[in-house]
Design a protein around this ligand. Structure first.
Ligand SMILES: O=P(O)(O)OC[C@H]1O[C@](O)(CO)[C@@H](O)[C@H]1O
Length: 302
């Protein structure tokens, strides 16, 4: 089983629009509402690939109940810890290939120290059943920036490999938890390690404790700096669509490769193809199986 952690679970609302007029009325062509937050999306993709998953994290209020209900409706096993605060909504406004995509991510609830302690207690119990853990997304208010490092360290103590997908301070702290894979995107890496290029940035995070670092480069593919060497996955063409959730789909591919023990080149090829296939799907957490099958063999791995 792969355990995914979403401390800042969300109700993801996606508006598909023909374009946005910031001074006028915008008519929404279609609306999707469902449980989100990065770990939830990772779990959806993994489940779509036939992998057993379990979603944990924090959820509160009416929005938290809606997240729990949607997970249940989707048949995704969940063990969310309830908090008193109200979980957030995230809004994606997607104008398709020409219109671009804008995200509005609310900060999330205020979480107390006691609520976080209760989560860690539940998490430690769930680790006993996990083959790997994915910890991803933003932290809700009140949760210390070194929490992902702590969760990764607890996993490492139990020999459960962890993947951490974080930004800002949580990303800077994460290597101390010795995660198997740290997955920033290029902007996140540049913010965390401003000197040098992506290879130097990844090497810096490895020198601080991360075993491997995989940097997502959007339509340009992936860079991985690992104990087995440095690899680069290049995409054969740009897939048009909604890039929201592409990073989550990519992380799902990495997690599957981790539990299956797949060699790095094949692991990266699958992850990059899943990221591209997610762009072709309208909602985060989905991927287009046809695009996946088409792109996968064409990815150049060096
Ligand atoms: O936790 P954040 O970094 O705010 O990201 C959450 C958001 O990102 C997405 O997972 C897309 O990656 C959305 O589904 C949305 O819930």
């Amino acid at each position: 089983m792969i355990l995914t952690v979403t401390l800042n679970a969300a109700l993801d609302v996606t508006y598909e629009v023909p374009g946005v007029d910031w001074d006028g009325v915008n008519r929404v062509r279609s609306v999707h509402r469902r449980a989100g937050g990065k770990g939830v999306n990772v779990a959806r993709v993994l489940r779509g690939l036939g992998q057993e998953v379990l979603v944990t994290g924090l959820a509160g209020g009416a929005t938290g109940r809606a997240v729990e209900a949607d997970l249940e409706a989707a048949g995704l096993p969940g063990a969310l810890v309830r908090v008193a605060g109200e979980s957030r909504t995230t809004l994606v406004v997607s104008g398709g290939a020409e219109g671009g995509t804008a995200l509005f991510n609310e900060p999330g609830p205020e979480v107390t120290a006691a609520e976080l302690r209760e989560f860690v207690r539940v998490y430690e119990g769930l680790l006993a059943r996990a083959d790997a853990v994915v910890v991803s997304g933003s932290l809700p208010r009140g949760v210390p920036a070194d929490t992902y490092a702590h969760l990764a360290a607890l996993a490492a103590e139990r020999r459960v490999p962890a993947i951490v997908d974080a930004d800002g301070e949580p990303l800077l702290h994460a290597p101390a938890g010795r995660p198997a894979i740290l997955k920033p995107n290029a902007d996140e890496l540049t913010r965390a390690v401003p000197h040098g290029g992506p290879v130097e940035g990844a090497e810096h995070l490895r020198s601080r404790g991360a075993e491997s670092v995989v940097v997502s480069l959007g339509a340009d593919g992936l860079l991985a700096v690992t104990p087995d060497g440095t690899f680069r996955a290049r995409m054969p063409y740009k897939v048009e669509g909604n890039p929201t959730g592409a990073g989550d789909s990519l992380v799902a591919g990495l997690a599957l490769g981790l539990v299956e023990g797949t060699a790095w080149p094949d692991r990266l090829r699958r992850a990059a193809a899943l990221g591209a296939a997610a762009v072709a799907a309208p909602v985060a957490g989905d991927f287009d199986a046809d695009v996946y099958a088409h792109v996968h063999p064409l990815i150049d791995l060096t």
